[in-house]
Ligand binder design. Structure first.
Ligand SMILES: Cc1cc2nc3c(=O)[nH]c(=O)nc-3n(C[C@H](O)[C@H](O)[C@H](O)COP(=O)(O)O)c2cc1C
Length: 231
């Protein structure tokens, strides 16, 4: 495997941001049991168990895209073989296999859903299988409140700056502000985040963690095509 980038250093000591260190404890780290307020975004098609393991090993929450029950089982086993950190699986709706959700509930630390209305039945499948933590990536404060009513333990808010499927219709700062008023669970901020400075800003604004996708496409563990990663 390629040498592992030092994500802790990236987050904690990026040169332009040395004077704005990020607090390492938050509502999110307390809930998830990790050391950094950082969630790797679910990266459909390019996310790998190795990338999830690298982020988890550095203290964040490593996420992998869900698939068939066998895929989920294999991905989690591969990631677990490479780290003792916290690992999650994210399902993109409507392509959700209930059996795969059950496998993730049994084997992952976090089960997450995105791109559909919060659904208490899906949350319950994950919970009954043993999931300790269930989350939903959301595109509005209303959707975040619905996710909490459906039984989620934390929510991710996605602004319009995000890469991949975009559910949000507001910029991140606005949706974060509204969501923090609407729910009382940890709120993870996602979209357009790539520096410690921005991370510090969002944590100071009340986010429990940041979720980073595009910035990790350049990691050697990611399966993104080299042309996609070129500046
Ligand atoms: C290549 C790519 C694929 C993505 N695939 C998924 C996915 O399958 N499921 C999901 O929940 N989010 C997916 N996302 C969105 C991320 O969860 C997250 O909202 C986004 O990456 C945050 O913005 P950023 O890319 O600017 O960091 C994807 C993002 C990218 C860049």
């Amino acid at each position: 495997m390629a040498a592992k980038p030092d994500y802790s250093r990236l987050i904690a000591t990026e040169p332009s941001c040395r004077n704005r260190r990020v607090p390492s404890r938050s509502s999110f780290t307390a809930l998830v049991g990790c050391e950094l307020p950082l969630q790797l975004a679910v990266l459909g098609g390019v996310g790998t168990p190795a990338l999830a393991a690298a982020v988890a090993d550095a203290g964040g929450l490593g996420m992998m895209p869900g698939g068939s029950p066998d895929d989920v089982d294999r991905f989690i086993a591969q990631a677990r073989g490479a780290t003792r950190g916290r690992i999650g699986v994210g399902f993109l709706m409507p392509f959700v296999s209930r059996d795969a959700v059950a496998v993730a509930g049994r084997e992952a630390d976090v089960v997450e859903f995105f791109y559909g209305d919060p659904d208490a039945d899906l949350v319950s499948i994950a919970r009954k299988a043993g999931a300790g933590i269930v989350s939903w990536q959301t595109g509005s404060a209303e959707e975040a409140a619905a996710a909490v009513r459906a039984g989620c333990d934390f929510v991710v808010v996605q602004g319009t700056e995000a890469g991949g499927h975009v559910r949000g219709k507001q910029r991140l700062d606005e949706i974060l502000r509204e969501t923090l008023r609407a729910v009382d669970v940890p709120v993870v901020a996602a979209s357009g985040i790539g520096t410690v400075e921005r991370t510090a800003e969002l944590l100071a604004a009340g986010a429990g963690a940041v979720r980073v996708g595009t910035r990790f496409l350049a990691a050697s563990e990611c399966d993104a095509h080299p042309r996609y990663v070129e500046p």
